[in-house]
Write a protein that binds this ligand. Sequence first.
Ligand SMILES: NC(=O)c1ccc[n+]([C@@H]2O[C@H](COP(=O)([O-])OP(=O)(O)OC[C@H]3O[C@@H](n4cnc5c(N)ncnc54)[C@H](O)[C@@H]3O)[C@@H](O)[C@H]2O)c1
Length: 353
Amino acid sequence: MIWTGLDIATAVTEALAKRPSSQPIYFLCSTDTESLCHELIHTAELGVDPKHIFTVPNGEIAKNLHTAETIFQWLQESGAMRNALLINVGGGALCDVGGFCAATYMRGITYWNIPTTLLAMVDASVGGKNGINLGHHKNYIGTFQQPERVFVSPHWLNTLPHTELLSGWAEVIKHGVLSGGKQFQQILKPIPAVTDHQTWSGILSWNIKVKSRIVEADFTEQGERKLLNVGHTIGHALESWSHDQQSPIAHGNAVAWGLVLETALACTCAEAPQETEALYHSLKQLVQSMYPPIKYGNMDIPSLMEYIRADKKNQDESLLFSLAFTPGNCKYNCEISAETVVQILQDHVDDGH
Ligand SMILES: NC(=O)c1ccc[n+]([C@@H]2O[C@H](COP(=O)([O-])OP(=O)(O)OC[C@H]3O[C@@H](n4cnc5c(N)ncnc54)[C@H](O)[C@@H]3O)[C@@H](O)[C@H]2O)c1
């Protein structure tokens, strides 16, 4: 059940009142969202035992086995049994590791997500995929388990740094490309001010609808859900490679450039209509105008290819991509040769970004 609105404290209080009174609540947050979590607990007058609140490091570094182990230990030491409810308050990384721990602790306890970044609101908190990284390989360990409830509020965007807003906007761009029509037109416009809650409520709602519709059709990603990976094969490779370089780039920044490069791949497909070129040029112009360039050189292409080859969507030796051909017309399982991928990566090095 996904709630969208402004008065999140009332919504959470009302939802908690509907659950069995014997169900203990546990809050998981990160250093950056600790104060937001306490504000929510205070405003909603929840009276939570401080031992039932646990803070993990911010961001991607928390998505590993070590952090998962600390969460399991905290749950165990504070007496959480199978009837426990875990409430994740944070960005996509926190929702991913929290969802993973909930799905596996005692073979699964109930969890709710309260996303606090744009990316988590429009994407990571919705759809029941969770996971942690294995080394620098993204989301290699995880499960599919839906959160029982998700509370999405533009209220949390007020404190979000602009770079994080931009990062989340990349998934909004992806959803606009997937759905086409009015939504595609919206992504070509500037990002609204975070104080414009009315416009944001509309944006959050349509994004959640786009994602939920695809997830409902194919929860365990046997087919259509792969469409949500548009831009992500190259995006994840850029992100993982940047971690190897010790200069991490934001997930959304990598996805934004991934969308551009993968649309260049779509242009090479025999079935691509003429309009694919136009989509490539408008995405490139849009991403160039909003996101910092990703600087990789020819020497980095073999490392990027290693990550692309390790993508979970590939089968046997074939490289399979989800590609956008025109707004609203995207396909999954598109086979592209390694030579073509290398060529497109090289073309974009030469292009100077
Ligand atoms: N499970 C899925 O379906 C799915 C989908 C898309 C992305 N993801 C994952 O989501 C992660 C990226 O999520 P993200 O972009 O939210 O990054 P993030 O979780 O790393 O958060 C970004 C930063 O913002 C801080 N932050 C969070 N909320 C804040 C707030 N309201 N005010 C100020 N600072 C705040 C965080 O502490 C962190 O430092 C990646 O690991 C990605 O793989 C998962």
